[in-house]
Design a protein around this ligand. Sequence first.
Ligand code: IVH
Length: 682
Amino acid sequence: MPETVKAQIARLRRELDEHNYRYYVLDDPQIPDADYDRLFRELQQLEEQHPELITPDSPTQRVGGEPSEAFETVEHVVPMLSLGNCFSDEELADFDRRVKKGLDEEHVAYVAEPKLDGTAITVIYENGRLVRAATRGDGSTGEDITPNVRTIDAVPLKLRGKNIPPLLEVRGEAYMPIAGFRAFNERAVAAGEKVYVNPRNAAAGSLRQLDPRLTAERPLAAYFYGWGQVQGWDFPPTHIEVLGQLRDWGLPVSPLIERVEDVEGCLDFYARIGKQRPDLPYEIDGVVYKVDRLAWREELGFVARAPRWAIAHKFPAEEAMTRLNDVEFQVGRTGAVTPVARLEPVFVGGVTVSNATLHNMDEVERKDVHIGDTVVVRRAGDVIPEVARVIVDKRPHNARRVSMPTECPVCGSAVERVEGEAVARCTAGLTCRAQLHGALVHFVSRRALDIEGLGDKLLAQLIDAGRLKSPADIFTLTADELAALERMAEKSAQNVIDAIEASRETSLWRFLYALGIREVGESTAQALAAHFGTLEALLAAAEADLPTLHAEKAKDRCPALQAVPDVGTVVAAHICQFLHEPHNRQVIEALQAEGVHWPEVEVAQGPQVLEGKTFVLTGTLPTLTRDEAKAMIQAAGGKVSGSVSTKTDYVVAGEAAGSKLTKAQDLGVEILDEAGLQALLQ
Ligand code: IVH
């Protein structure tokens, strides 16, 4: 019997999928490209004759759809984290020591992976079908780039193999191979179009095309190395096994990835990959080591936005020589006055650099930097370029010394340097235009009050117009006055006003973070909010701590603030001082008077409801970060431990909970979800 069209189409798709898999995942193609193209065209023709038989996961359906006007935002249910960096064997050894100490283990094996220099993507498969893909964004929300990612041949539209989870979110790097990058740029030059400075920018730029047909023309590829949400799958105990399974499901995983037994194995891998680097068809900027055992990762958890169980070991920075034309001083949001090198533009590490940091005056002196010097500029991956050293032999006679201005270059107020600190600061606070601008940029940023549309330039315009003198003034802006500004359409003015309006309703931690207290990042702000529950309680603690601010022994300073998890003497002192500054109190009061408000955070008052109870946290909770959950439990008198034993009272389990959950079930320990925890805390 002759093959039906339907069967013929199914067979062609199967064959094409198989060849794709052999090519991208196994790196072992079986047929020449021309044969692949012939099969592909055969399928295309059949589908054209029988459009009713087209399915979205057919290999012909990678490009489709019309350009969109803007990307939708997507919330990452499991945040997309970044990585800590290290640059030397010693720093790596420190990481290994921290890991072992944290786990109380003597032997910890790692998985070593090349660190691809592309752009992070996350791809969701439901029942084995690609349904969504997104960028990393700020780690909590990214942009929906599904149609663009579908055009990457290496990313399967449909998974293969057995036991495919109903929900599988995989994470990896989309990159542009070097050869493709060069060819693309050559074509762009010929056509008089924009060229990209390096393959990383090319990959990121290609994925952010609003027209997926343009993305389809870009030579992109991808490798996967991690995951987000997973439902309906029992995780194996190790990372290397998960990667093996991803590969079996048809996802490309770098063939260079290895499990290594210890830190020596990491260094050996680093050396070998370093040698291979010039011959690799894509750019890498280092290697990544990850604790192999998943249960241990859970135990280690995260600091701020990076895991404690992984680190990037970067290749040495690239260096180039150029002339230092001038040194200027920039004033940051905390008033720090930093010397910045203005350079004769130089190409280093794939980009043209014309500014570099000189860090602070101690560094300028230590390196003996003079204006007019020939200097070595160093650039490592995405780190800010710096002046590494001076070639003293090449110093011209008219070279000039660099001196710290005694007056703020922006507002003219006195610049002060506190004894023992490397940084000099402008003393004017928010009356200094630079500090005000920095403070406002921080205040409206995503993780703070999140006022979209109120960007750097607009803030600068409003400051110059004398309309913004303190954060509270933001809430007095009107759509009419915004629309009257240059480059402002009525609609965007209204959008900004709407965003300001919406930001009045916030949370205590965002508010505290937005204030820009020195050393108070988002996780410290969260810990403060969870510990004190209300602004009043925090202010009262700062009040009570004031007399101890200058106590002789550091550990006796600010005991009420130091009681907050992760708040040490230095941070406690910054908080205490900040909250006593009359001007800062005025800012806080003015913001509240403008209607900025937040719900009270539940903290146990009076009798400690969780006194004597031991908790273990596992997996990802739907709304709370692990630090938040921990702080809430501790605030209610409970203890949080890293491992489950017969002494554990409750295990709080979230998404992708692992061996701790199993152990809790075995031991008959009570298991709670986030709602259960909240109920206990009530
Ligand atoms: S793991 C929780 N593995 O590097 C850990 N990242 O500097 C999250 N990257 O945003 C990342 N190769 O874009 C990981 N083998 C690898 C990687 C890798 C490249 C990128 C990724 C990430 C950035 C962090």
